[in-house]
Ligand binder design. Structure first.
Ligand code: CO
Length: 303
């Protein structure tokens, strides 16, 4: 691998890991504003010299894709199971990592959090050239099962590319029989989601996360303003409050609707466990090597 690329990944990973841990500490206290924590994470990514790829979180039966809107008044509550998922890039080279905490002194879901950590650890150990995708999946699934849980089958890890969160290959968290082999220097995000529910998610609720899908012109001035704003992101995700704070709620809503209808952007609504099960998640980004380089690991991570 080009050492310049590796340096960028490692720099992005260091920032992503620090922000993930800082955000997790804040969220683990009750009565913490989700909006304030996510704003803090975004500001701090920039301050540390990174670029925001995303700062997202999800609570209890929501697995992912929740991002507080400008008017969101949600606070952490005792016993909440909160996932924080932070993406940072340097020159388009992405570090993607996530972890789960339980609010306050509650430890009702300690085992489920542990199961996601164990699943990730088991997969990272074999993130080497030649390992087959099904083997990574099996490694994760068996750790979840060992503690009495299951993994979410329709969520997966992914290869990362330059300015591409998902560059084509999905990393399963169960044995899906995929015999594709990992190749040296791929950088991949491995992210088991564990649940006491059915092990499936569906989209539900109002999207606050979007991504550019097709680059083409828009008609209305509202939509054009949004396009000008998101073009420099190079197809990385964006969230509603970045726009409402600049353009106001009404114009943003009109612009977003037009952009979705003309398939210029795609909405990513919250992902909810179908049986209402609680969901935990643990994620690292890794460069595939005989000795895998886990570039989002924080010194306090036990996984
Ligand atoms: Co990811």
């Amino acid at each position: 691998m080009d050492s310049d690329i590796q340096d960028k990944l490692i720099k992005a990973g260091k920032i992503a890991a620090q922000i993930r841990r800082e955000g997790a500490v804040k969220l683990s206290k009750p009565d913490t504003s989700f909006l304030e924590v996510m704003d803090y994470c975004e500001r701090k990514i920039i301050k540390l010299g990174g670029n925001i790829a995303w700062a997202q979180m999800a609570v209890n039966e929501i697995a992912a894709h929740y991002c507080p809107a400008e008017e969101d008044k949600s606070f952490s509550k005792e016993g909440d199971v909160i996932k924080i998922d932070i993406g940072v890039h340097i020159d388009g080279y992405i570090a993607d990592n996530a972890m789960t905490i339980e609010v306050s002194s509650s430890d009702k879901h300690k085992d489920m959090i542990k199961a996601a950590q164990n699943a990730l650890k088991a997969a990272l150990k074999i993130a080497k050239p030649g390992t087959k995708l099904w083997e990574l999946g099996e490694a994760q699934y068996s750790e979840a099962e060992a503690l009495g849980f299951t993994t979410i089958k329709n969520l997966s890890g992914h290869t990362l590319g330059r300015y591409k969160i998902h560059s084509g290959i999905s990393i399963p968290s169960f044995n899906n029989k995929d015999r594709t082999e990992l190749k040296e220097d791929w950088h991949i995000a491995i992210e088991p989601f564990v649940t006491d529910g059915q092990g499936l998610i569906k989209e539900k609720g109002i999207a606050t996360i979007f991504m550019m899908e097709n680059e083409k012109g828009a008609r209305s001035p509202y939509a054009r303003k949004i396009l000008d704003e998101i073009k420099p992101l190079n197809s990385m995700p964006f969230t509603t409050r970045w726009l409402t704070r600049k353009f106001g709620k009404g114009p943003t809503a009109l612009g977003l609707r037009e952009l979705q209808q003309s398939r210029i952007i795609k909405a990513y609504p919250p992902l909810v466990e179908v049986a209402g099960g609680i969901v935990t998640q643990c994620e690292h980004s890794v460069i595939v090597k005989d000795k895998p380089i886990v570039y989002t690991r924080h010194e306090n991570d036990e996984w």
